[in-house]
Ligand binder design. Sequence first.
Ligand SMILES: [Zn+2]
Length: 73
Amino acid sequence: MEFKEPFYFQPDDKTPFCPACWELKNSAIHLIFQFIREDAVRWDCKVCHNTFMDQKDRNVKRPQRHQIPNTWG
Ligand SMILES: [Zn+2]
C-alpha cells in the first residue's frame, strides 16, 4: 500500500483506498467515487462513512495571506 496524500493506492489500481480504514484497522477499503468538480474530487468510504474532498492543484493554488494592517500608528 502506497500513501499518496490524502489516499492510499495499490500499484496498477487507480481507485484510492480509505486512509482511515487502512490506518485504523488495516482494512483495504476502496473509496467510492461520488463526483468531480472543477477544483476537487469527492470520494466516500461506505465502511467508516468518511467523506473525502481531494482538492486539485493543491500545489499550485496556495492560500493567500491577508496582510495585517499596520495599526501601530
Ligand atoms: Zn473508511
